[in-house]
Write a protein that binds this ligand. Structure first.
Ligand code: CO
Length: 493
């Protein structure tokens, strides 16, 4: 059971333990967490929301990729040194229909097929809006996001699904909305939510939206991009929304004919350039496209403007990090999959040129920072990392980087702990950029349960509290913190 398989360097983890974090969690819970090591800070008040696939199978039919799993929301509501946990599936149309039928009724974008082989899948292009990627609280609305369809609105306390949300009428039924909206911390006075939708094919139409703190639309404009555009995330500065158009092409034949999923129709072209698309937020000057070396980017860390240049920090892969044909994600050979590295792109808008520099060669993903630094030069990054400085492996650590001094801190949960995206929560009234708490869901392969770990943002090797859940949460994707307590009233459960 406990065979430790060495990775390409000295770190070791058990594939079997790692894999056990990809079990479905069909149960829905609601309870005060009472198994705690350390102490929850008394001045920590608000609600951490996390989203990710809750089901890795549908009544025993395995899904082909975790990205196809039904969205399950986890909430941790903090007040007076206590924490209330709740998880609930988003009642999407597809989730409800499939749970009723007891079998998959839709094909997944990442390759899950319906039972019945090619004939059952050919020409079935209906998308199942699985609401599994991110969750944000904005304008008194809690929204579960999946980038290829509309947001779902949820009750922030009970996590009950209220229904599809059209952002105050900005979206039409069937429109998409990004899973990665950005909060502008106040470049125009008040904070704003900036998001986009993209309609892609032979060419692409990208629409940028900005909402005020009440959720009312401030501005909206659309732009045409040549070619297919796989756009997952973007970066924001005071003047620009910045997108990386990855050098991938889309050949939908195999998908149309029912052989595989839409995502497996993507092909990375190492000879093509990555296009950096700068959309002016005021829409009065035209869009610019600057080419750079080919790479594949899901997530950006931050961007800022400096001396006529725009600097973008992003996690780059040397190719589209797909599973090779037929591979089962649970048996992935980490040595054969490229790891993400943090790169800096310095864009000279006048010269239309880009310089790229590797900032961090360790395999990393899910960079976060103090929310007030979005669009400004930041001093600190927190980022999910592998345990070893070399080689690819599951994310088992968090790394903090001080860009002023170069100092790095590594909080590692290896060999039995497996992490993901951290969340940085500023301490109310804190003055320093790293004055706050860093939270991370850690799957404990020994206990086969998940822990929420709270670290000191100034010294992440100091664990302040570890909240031990009674069960596991499958590895998730993104989440955010709302500075409002959305737990039960005192004494209630
Ligand atoms: Co993402």
């Amino acid at each position: 059971m406990q065979t430790l398989e060495p990775t390409s360097s000295q770190a070791a983890f058990s594939m079997e333990e790692w894999r056990s974090g990809y079990r479905s969690q069909p149960q829905e819970y609601a309870y005060w967490i009472d198994d705690i090591e350390g102490e929850i800070p008394a001045d920590l008040e608000g609600t951490l929301y996390r989203n990710g696939p809750g089901l890795l199978d549908i009544n025993g039919y395995p899904i082909r990729h975790p990205f196809d799993g039904d969205g399950m929301i986890n909430s941790f509501a903090f007040k007076n040194g206590r924490a209330f946990y709740r998880n609930r599936f988003v009642r999407t149309e597809g989730y409800v229909a499939e749970q009723t039928a007891g079998k998959p009724l839709y094909r997944g974008v990442f390759g899950t097929q319906k039972p019945g082989g090619v004939l059952a899948n050919a020409f079935d292009l209906r998308l199942k809006n699985i609401a599994n990627t991110h969750i944000i609280y904005w304008g008194d609305r809690l929204l579960a996001l999946w980038e290829a369809a509309e947001p779902h609105r949820l009750d922030p306390v009970t996590l009950e699904t209220i229904g599809l949300d059209f952002l105050g009428g900005q979206l039409e039924p069937g429109d998409s909305f990004t899973a990665h909206p950005k909060v502008d911390p106040g470049h125009y006075g008040q904070p704003r939510l900036v998001g986009f939708s993209v309609d892609t094919g032979v060419s692409s139409q990208l629409t940028l939206y900005e909402f005020d703190i009440a959720g009312e639309l401030i501005t909206q404009h659309s732009h045409s991009l040549p070619g297919f555009a796989f756009l997952h995330d973007f970066a924001l500065t005071p003047n620009y929304a910045i997108f990386f158009q990855n050098p991938v092409s889309f050949n939908p034949l195999g998908y149309l004919l029912g052989f595989h999923g839409a995502a497996q129709s993507l092909a990375f072209d190492p000879k093509a350039k990555t296009k950096v698309v700068l959309i002016p937020r005021n829409d009065r000057v035209s869009m610019q496209i600057i080419e750079t070396d080919p790479c594949f980017v899901f997530h950006h860390s931050n961007a800022f403007e400096q001396d006529g240049q725009v600097v973008v920090d992003s996690i780059c892969y040397s190719e589209f990090p797909s599973l090779k044909g037929g591979d089962d994600y649970k048996h992935v050979n980490f040595d054969e999959v490229p790891g993400g590295q943090l790169w800096r792109f310095t864009l000279d808008l006048a010269a239309q040129s880009a310089r790229s520099d590797c900032l961090m060669s360790r395999s990393v993903e899910f960079p976060v920072l103090h929310p007030d630094r979005v669009g400004y030069a930041h001093r600190y990054s927190y980022i999910g990392a592998v345990h070893s400085p070399e080689g690819n492996a599951p994310l088992q650590a968090v790394l903090k980087k001080d860009w002023h001094t170069g100092e790095e801190q590594l909080a590692s949960f290896a060999p039995h702990g497996f992490g993901g995206e951290p969340v940085f929560i500023p301490r109310p009234g804190g003055m320093d950029e790293d004055d706050g708490w860093l939270m991370l869901l850690v799957y404990d392969g020994t206990r086969r349960c998940s822990d929420l770990v709270i670290m000191d943002g100034q010294n992440i090797t100091r664990e302040i509290a570890r909240l031990k859940l009674k069960h596991h949460i499958p590895y998730g994707l993104h989440g955010s913190f709302a500075p409002v307590y959305f737990g039960p009233e005192d004494g209630e459960a």
